[in-house]
Design a protein around this ligand. Structure first.
Ligand SMILES: NC(=O)c1ccc[n+]([C@@H]2O[C@H](COP(=O)([O-])OP(=O)(O)OC[C@H]3O[C@@H](n4cnc5c(N)ncnc54)[C@H](OP(=O)(O)O)[C@@H]3O)[C@@H](O)[C@H]2O)c1
Length: 264
């Protein structure tokens, strides 16, 4: 591994996948910038990192407040002088049928999952281009590769990330900037509890898939070697990953199977 002395900015670092990435990257020698809305929880994550934590900078952000993000990105750049890895990981899910979902909920999910990541990336990109190096990692989902019931806005936000960041990868290849889209299957985090219902309230239930999902720690262990290998698209999960291949190879057959499957 070669994260030693590299600077990694992680969004969604207060829980789940982002928190586990913080522990894994710091133990590999990376300097960290930790971001999400809850500053007090980020502080706990920092305290839980092993060894000297003076190389961990806490930067509260709200991905829904796109206009504030370029100033936040400048603060992130100033923290250690540059950024080697930007982990666009913070996000929110949704559990509601299209017919019951307020437009405000769809916009909020798009704002956080798509526009938030885009705004941070655009703000950091010129500095990566100047340095002719950098790696942008985006946490998508298997829902970035196909859609299923109760997740229309979430799946849309994750699909949008693929279009945007696939295009960016083509543009910055010559500048030695890498782009990785990560598609987790079920990981045992609070993502479903934190998901929005159609009226914008919190779902507050752990999905069955999440309950049996891989731990965030294991997820982070599997992800980091793929990042070092600069893999462009990364699938990590259980059987649900097969859906990505079935959708690609036999889409109609897969859609029929999906209709019959229980979704929570
Ligand atoms: N767990 C899974 O099975 C799974 C599967 C596929 C994809 N994913 C993706 O993985 C990523 C991480 O999710 P997770 O599973 O670790 O869920 P999680 O435990 O709910 O973590 C979500 C993170 O995003 C942050 N966040 C939410 N809204 C935000 C906002 N407006 N501004 C800034 N930060 C915000 C949260 O921090 P604050 O509340 O402190 O802001 C938290 O740190 C998400 O993009 C999710 O879509 C997860």
């Amino acid at each position: 591994m070669s994260f030693e002395n590299k600077v990694a900015w992680i969004t969604g670092a207060s829980s789940g996948i982002g928190e586990a990435l913080a522990y894994a990257l710091h133990s590999e020698g990376a300097k960290l910038i930790l971001s999400s809305r809850r500053e007090n929880v980020l502080q706990k994550v920092k305290d839980n990192c092993r060894g000297d934590t003076s190389d961990i900078y806490i930067l509260p952000i709200d991905l829904a407040k796109a206009k504030s993000l370029s100033a936040k990105a400048q603060e992130a750049l100033d923290a250690f002088g540059h950024i080697d890895y930007l982990f666009n990981n913070g996000g929110i899910s949704q559990r509601s049928k299209v017919v019951n979902t307020d437009m405000d909920v769809t916009r909020k999910v798009m704002e956080i999952n798509f526009f938030g990541s885009v705004a941070l990336t655009k703000a950091i990109l010129p500095s990566m281009m100047d340095r002719q190096t950098g790696h942008i990692i985006v946490t998508s989902s298997v829902m970035g590769k196909f859609g299923t019931r109760l997740r229309s806005s979430y799946a849309a936000s994750k699909h949008a990330l693929h279009g945007y960041f696939d295009s960016l990868r083509q543009e910055v290849h010559k500048e030695n900037i890498h782009v990785s889209l990560v598609c987790p299957g079920y990981v045992k985090t609070d993502v479903t509890k934190n998901a929005l219902e159609g009226d914008g309230s919190k779902h507050n239930q752990m999905g069955k898939g999440q309950q049996h999902g891989m731990t965030p720690t294991k997820f982070a262990q599997k992800l980091l070697p793929e990042i070092i290998a600069k893999k462009e698209e990364i699938y990590i999960g259980g059987k649900e990953i097969w859906g990505i291949y079935l959708k690609r190879i036999v889409p109609s057959f897969f859609n029929k199977i999906l209709r019959k499957m229980e979704v929570t």
